[in-house]
Ligand binder design. Sequence first.
Ligand code: GLN
Length: 472
Amino acid sequence: MLRTYSDVKKVITSGGTVVSILEGYLSAIQKKKNLNIFLEVFEDSAKEKAFLVDKKIKAGSAGRLAGMVIGIKDNLCYKDHNVSSSSKILEGFESLFTATAIERLLEEDAIIIGRLNCDEFAMGSSNENSAFGPVLNPIDESYVPGGSSGGSAAAVSAGLCTAALGSDTGGSIRQPASFSGVYGLKPTYGRVSRHGLIAYASSFDQIGPLTNSIDDAALLLEVMAGKDEHDSTVSTKPVEKYTEVLVSKKQRVAIIKESYEMEGNDPEIKLAIDKVILGLKKQGHIVDLVSFPYLDYMVPVYYVLTTAEASSNLSRFDGVHYGYRSKKAKGIEEVYKKSRSEGFGPEVKRRIMAGTFVLSHGYYDAYYTKGQKVRRVIQDKTKEIFGKYDVIVLPTTPTTAFKLNAVSDPISMCLQDIYTVHANLSGNPAISNPIGKHTNGMPFGIQVIGDFFKEKEMLNFCRELEKINMNL
Ligand code: GLN
């Protein structure tokens, strides 16, 4: 199984073709069809591209990702290919243009193999909110893979592609990465263009890679990041060489006290954090428990602000502009009402209604304005921590993956995001690194949050983390 780009390159240097590498992944996808990971395999366009890349390799003109086979979350646009955000409302919709992030991968000769199942409009933590059925976790099929980029995490974990793209608004790259035993990186807000990403909450959303190695995450970020005239929120800061390994120097590491001491943490995850702390100290890093007294506010603020943005972003799906239109509707008002009622799933409707409420006249200040203020407090406190520390370390999630249908109430589902929403509220980059395996057989990750636009230092720190012997 070719799990990383270095595995792929070995095959190519020993004379293997990209076409044959692609065939390998295609047959692996066929064998794992029951996991419901791919909503669609782009067999024809992928084969066409693979054939072309083989020619370029022969001519010595291939790009930096030649032969890397990538799956994309079903909320990323790829021209002339379907995209649905795992929603009935967009079923059958074909992208009119390609997302900038994907365009850049293609320019470097990556192969896009297909679109991956996810929670509808990226709203969820288990991939059970997809209109096209849940994804099963390849490590144990009775478990969820996490969400909302559940298909992306499962595809990488099962070796169905070399890497995948996801989107992260409140943890949707990192949490499924943790549940599926892979790396998941959310860049700094504004590092990667959101052009061509179907918006959930525009001031939170970021595109990022899910991979089987730190090097692959670094490489993909390096290719995708950087200014883009199609997204005014993207930074013009020059893109660093994330793939370059820095000489490790002593790091100041902040462990968030409130998350470290949280009662709901699984004891085995807590033990792993203790081992990491010990290991980091042995490596000569300074590790301190640092208070971040806003943990209880994170999830509520996240939901006030993201639902507000979602209610606005999703107003464009009205049965007129895009996708699904109710056949039962008579007259324009019924077209809106019926198309939206029939087209959206229950979680999306819940969020649109919550968002409409927090933005409504009379409640706007009490919820939306207040939420913005709390977001600012969280941002300021995070900045303060980075005044004294290089990285923040905390669990990605309090528990491992749960079984399918095991979490049914929306509040418990929201609490999945307790440690991941921080980096979206503050805008910092963050990554989940696979760190251990629970006695229940499921993997779990540890999260590293970096300073603004310090992805390079953050990734380098993760390389240090990887050297810690967790078996001691
Ligand atoms: N699980 C979170 C939610 O349901 C995060 C979603 C995301 O990051 N897209 O909103």
